[in-house]
Design a protein around this ligand. Structure first.
Ligand code: DGY
Length: 326
């Protein structure tokens, strides 16, 4: 029996390639730069499966160009690049990679938090510059992390993994979310639920962990920055459009907050020039980028594809209703 034809918009990792190679007729995008849109639409023609990254927009136009497509497997937990309703309309299964990147992303939220609090970016630049004149009492003094209040916005798997790490720093943890977690979880993580305004007013560090949805787009806007402490820092490893970048730049300029550490941006890879300042740590969307985690993500995407073609339910299907229709 002919193997299903699958296009992957990236070379993936060896473990994932093995899973796919045994079960599918694979075609990989092998260039370093991301595929141009027209090329993508051309390459997906006649394919039954697609493995894509969050840089590819999978919408109605895309799906019309690929009438044979049966599955779109995103190598990411966030799937705001995929119009799931359009996939459902076209009878295409959509999948993501939840679970495997929680701890790695939480590690990185902490990396950013520590870096901005202790001015690591500035320190590293000075150490490399050749201009460092030696130890000085008031050189690059930052702010303590230990003993402070950490506010977590969005208390799903990643938000909770961030909270778990705060115990080691003797921090007070508060969180806000649409839903309060069970008391047993709050107790285990030593985290207290509060409303957004309380969190804004009390936190020394605010770490954002919400998905990008219509209701979270621009969640961090001017009024929110005005409610934060002038000594507080914003950490964002979720999605760029959750933060209104122009409002953040204004808040930084007006010293309404002390600084920010960002892994994600409103219009990636463009970074608002006003964010390129000493009290902002900037990373290029790498929170999940450990070899272990990225390999697992690729394997999960591969397994989602292989499951569908084996007549099974892809473990991470976002629109299971398409399965009932076939
Ligand atoms: C995701 O998975 O959504 C991240 O942003 C990339 O790892």
């Amino acid at each position: 029996m002919a193997k299903p034809k699958v296009f992957a918009t990236h070379e993936l990792f060896e473990d994932a390639r093995q899973i796919l190679g045994e079960n599918c007729e694979m075609e990989y995008w092998a260039k370093a730069e991301r595929p141009p849109r027209e090329e993508l639409l051309r390459r997906v023609q006649g394919k039954e499966g697609l493995i894509c990254l969050l840089t590819e927009k999978i919408n109605d136009e895309f799906l019309r160009a690929a009438p044979k497509l049966r599955i779109v497997a995103n190598v990411a937990v966030g799937f705001d690049n995929i119009d799931v309703a359009a996939c459902t309309k076209h009878g295409v299964a959509a999948t993501n990679t939840p679970g495997v990147l929680d701890e790695t992303t939480a590690d990185f939220a902490w990396t950013l938090l520590m870096a901005v609090a202790r001015r690591l970016g500035e320190g590293e630049a000075l150490a490399r510059s050749g201009n460092w004149k030696g130890w000085d009492l008031d050189q690059l003094v930052g702010t303590d992390v230990w003993g402070k209040t950490l506010g977590i916005v969005g208390f799903g798997r990643i938000g909770r993994a961030v909270a778990r790490r705060a115990g080691g720093f003797q921090m007070k943890v508060i969180y806000t979310d649409a839903l309060r977690v069970p008391e047993s979880v709050e107790k285990e993580l030593n985290a207290a639920f509060c409303d957004m305004n309380t969190l804004l007013a009390e936190s020394d560090f605010i770490s954002v962990h919400v998905p990008l949805l219509p209701e979270t787009r621009g969640l961090f806007d001017s009024p929110k920055f005005y409610r934060m402490k002038p000594t507080a820092f914003l950490i964002n490893t979720s999605r760029g459009p959750v933060v209104d970048e122009a409002a953040l730049v204004a808040a930084l300029e007006e010293r309404k907050i002390a600084g920010a550490a960002l892994d994600v941006y409103e219009n990636e890879p463009f970074i608002h020039p006003g964010l390129k300042r000493a009290n902002v740590v900037l990373a290029p969307h790498i929170a999940s980028a450990s070899l272990e985690t990225r390999t697992k993500m690729a394997c999960i995407a591969a397994n989602n594809v292989v499951s569908l073609f084996a007549g099974q339910r892809p473990p991470n299907i976002l629109n299971p209703e398409v399965l009932k229709a076939t």
